[in-house]
Unconditional design. Sequence first.
Length: 488
Amino acid sequence: MTAGPTPPAAAPAPLSLSAIRAAQRAWAAEPLESRCAHLREIGRRFAARADDVARVVCEETRKHPADAWFADVVPNLDLFTWWTGPGRKPLLPKKLPLSSLAHPGKRAVLHTEPRGVVGLITPWNYPAAIPLRTLVPALLAGNAVLFKPSEVTPRTGALLAEIFSSVLPSGVLTLVQGAREAGEQVVDLSDHVVFTGSVATGRRVGERCASQLKSVSLELGGKDAAIVLRDCDLERTVDGVLWGAVTNSGQNCAAIERVYVEAAIYDRFVGRLLARAEGLQVAPVATEAQDRIVREHLAEAESLGATLHGEYPGGAVILTDVPEGARILVDETFGPVCPVVRVDDGDAALRLANASEFGLTLSIWTRSEARAQELAARARAGVVTINNVALTASMPFAPWSGRGASGHGATNSEWALREMTQPKVVLVDDNRAPEPWWLPADDAAVRLARLSLEWLRASGPARLAATLRVVRGLKARTRQQAGRSGTG
Ligand code: NAD
């Protein structure tokens, strides 16, 4: 098997950080509406190049064009529309609610500033969709971006960078090609890092960021479970679970990698699943390394007594009788495999689902929403879908986040935007009197502090009397301070 195209030699060219910082400052100084206009134009150009994007993605990852179109192309149009519309609102200045009694003469506004340079390091499995969901909000917020695509998919990365750079001012987006060394360079040059990839690399990136006191968002692996309850719509559930397991040849962080089925429906579910999977053609996985992992997991499961139905590579493999502890039920496989496990009930299923070190998404298949909501509330996962799977990754307004080894931080939504920005409060004081807690620090100051505490604790009719005492106390304090300083 040949892996994707040979990556360029991993010797990143020296980057001019000062030029990038200058470009970032100019970009951030543009009005928000101007940055939105740039991004809308990029969205139009991305749509115009949709065929090229889908073709290059397929060439580099070997995925089926349907997977490329539905995951890497179509949902991204909505991404541009949402971020430049309702999604931009958290970036607008916000007046803070200062009380005129507690803070007389003052007003304050919360501004949102970009972090500066955002380092974006991405994997190969969705080489257009994953970069886009960070590129758009990072740029919208006024950051410059250092974008390092996976070394397996350099041409998809280059195509995205070309589309963006055809609209953006020079230096706002910088493409960094290469593997580990290039990724480390991106970490070292960035103010904030958004990393999507494996747990092992994520740990290294997290450690490197920590040693440089840099914030980082880590979107890592998964071992997502599906819970199938006895009252599910059997046909649709089988279709959904099978798709969730084999879409993108299983190379999806939110792929269904474990299916827990209530005993009452287990035999019927497995029967239908085997019938639907029979003869299914599945595209090869993207790299030799990935192929090795899939083969190892299948071989180990078989050696432990599991029954394998179906062919790998080329088709989907359904596994039954897999003993607990087998790697295929524990470690991320990232291949077109679907182990199905019989459980007593939904609670037993949830216990097993939650027992994983990972915690990315969980799907629950049932006609009883109440029961599903009750399980969802106890699920250790950042996303729970009831009667669907992996759907929200393409929704720019739905935060995508993991628990445990699946990482921390969020992509998509205001939660992601907050990570790529910093708050700045600007307060203006029109009050001419000195603050009561300013000098002198004496017994009169302590008396006023006590009155203030009484006022804060008072409620009902006592509140009015306490207010009057505080107002009188404040006046006296102002007179006292004016007398001491000899002004007023
Ligand atoms: P990977 O960890 O091998 O590589 C990811 C990126 O990190 C690549 O660009 C790589 O060049 C770069 N890199 C490698 N070493 C580095 C270092 N020391 N410092 C900085 N960067 C470095 O992952 P992969 O094989 O490309 O992707 C598959 C993994 O990604 C799977 O585990 C999958 O679950 C995960 N993933 C997670 C999500 C999510 O949202 N949680 C989404 C997609 C994929």
